[in-house]
Design a protein. Structure first.
Length: 359
């Protein structure tokens, strides 16, 4: 967590005056991804080795911001927390605009270093990170931007654009995908986020948040108090189950919209996306099988099951327009190797696993 002491992988705490090496930075990000984004990390290991560190860096940046919002340092007011996110936004924009190393305030130096190296190397649009930070500010109680309950799906869509869709869009250059894959990538990010909303509905209630749109819940006779009653009892009634089933189907629809995107990728990248989709959609399926028992437990996919799903999805023959084995549409050329790949020794470029670490 961001407010806890951060340790160098070999030598203990990093002194404030010591700049971490890129190797140390990517190693640290890999450990964050392995510890907190298990499904994400598992799928990323199917990518070519030179692309994996970038995935970990992007995950670690998003995770650091998320932890800052949900677990702020003691004594930090909501207004100050919002200003910190604005500081992060400005620092990222400045570093990318001027192609400088820079440093992101309020963030571990290793996460900052690896993230900026990745964002510069893949020429990621700073607007993607601004949109993400805007949505994160919507989660800070006591600020003008805060939204605790979303009245309509349209209002939630704005939040999901920044918190989910742009995550998929950030991945496009890392995967070597062209603009044609943008819509499926955004849809997959939203599918993952809606799965999270259903899985975490009980925990979110404890934080005073209801992400599922109130008008959609009301169609089934469900309001905030009825959700809180389900949290207290641990068991959703028939109306709550019907409402959650409705939103589960919306999540399935986003998974379906995302499906064509995999065909636009090179084989290894396609394996990664299919694996992540299989594992995450299994969370949604497990929620449905449980009868939406999400108020007294957190739905998880056991490690062995995750591995089996990922392997099965990754090895499934590609079915293009011409059937099994049909040619895959050629993805856009991958960018030149990011600076961290070019500058490391040849042994590192051949796949030093330490860079990827080892939710």
């Amino acid at each position: 967590m961001l407010h806890e002491p951060v340790h160098h992988p070999r030598r203990g705490p990093v002194p404030a005056t010591e700049a971490p090496t890129l190797r140390d930075s990517y190693t640290h990000c890999g450990r964050i991804a392995a510890a907190h984004g298990k499904s994400y990390h598992l799928a990323a290991r199917m990518l070519p080795r030179r692309r994996r560190p970038a995935v970990s860096a992007l995950y670690a940046f998003a995770r650091s911001v998320d932890d800052l919002v949900d677990l702020p340092p003691a004594g930090v007011s909501p207004g100050e927390l919002s200003r910190r996110l604005q500081d992060i936004d400005a620092a990222v924009a400045d570093a990318l605009a001027h192609d400088t190393d820079g440093r992101i305030p309020h963030m571990d130096r290793r996460v900052s270093s690896a993230f900026l190296d990745t964002a510069r190397g893949y020429r990621l649009d700073p607007a993607l990170f601004s949109a993400f930070l805007d949505s994160m500010r919507m989660d800070i109680p006591g600020t003008a931007e805060h939204v605790a309950h979303y009245p309509t799906m349209a209002t939630l869509d704005k939040y999901m654009h920044g918190s989910a869709a742009v995550i998929g869009l950030q991945m496009l250059p890392v995967l070597g995908a062209g603009e044609a894959a943008a819509e499926p990538a955004a849809a997959l990010g939203v599918a993952f986020q809606m799965t999270n909303f259903l899985r975490d509905v009980g925990e979110d209630l404890d934080r005073g948040r209801i992400y599922l749109p109130l008008d959609g819940l009301a169609e089934f006779g469900v309001d905030a108090e009825r959700l809180r009653a389900a949290r207290r009892s641990g068991r959703p009634d028939a109306a709550v189950r019907a409402a959650l089933a409705h939103f589960a189907e919306r999540a399935h629809e986003h998974y379906r919209r995302a499906e064509p995107g995999a065909a636009m990728l090179a084989p290894r990248q396609r394996m990664c996306v299919r694996a992540a989709t299989a594992v995450y959609s299994e969370i949604l399926t497990a929620i449905e099988r449980s009868g939406f028992r999400v108020f007294d437990r957190r739905t998880v996919v056991p490690p062995a099951r995750r591995f089996l799903l990922a392997a099965s999805a990754a090895c499934r023959p590609h079915r293009g327009a011409g059937g099994v084995g049909a040619p895959v549409r050629t993805p856009s050329p991958a960018p030149a190797s990011p600076p961290h790949v070019r500058d490391l020794p040849a042994a590192r470029r051949r796949g030093d696993r330490a860079a990827t670490g080892r939710r």
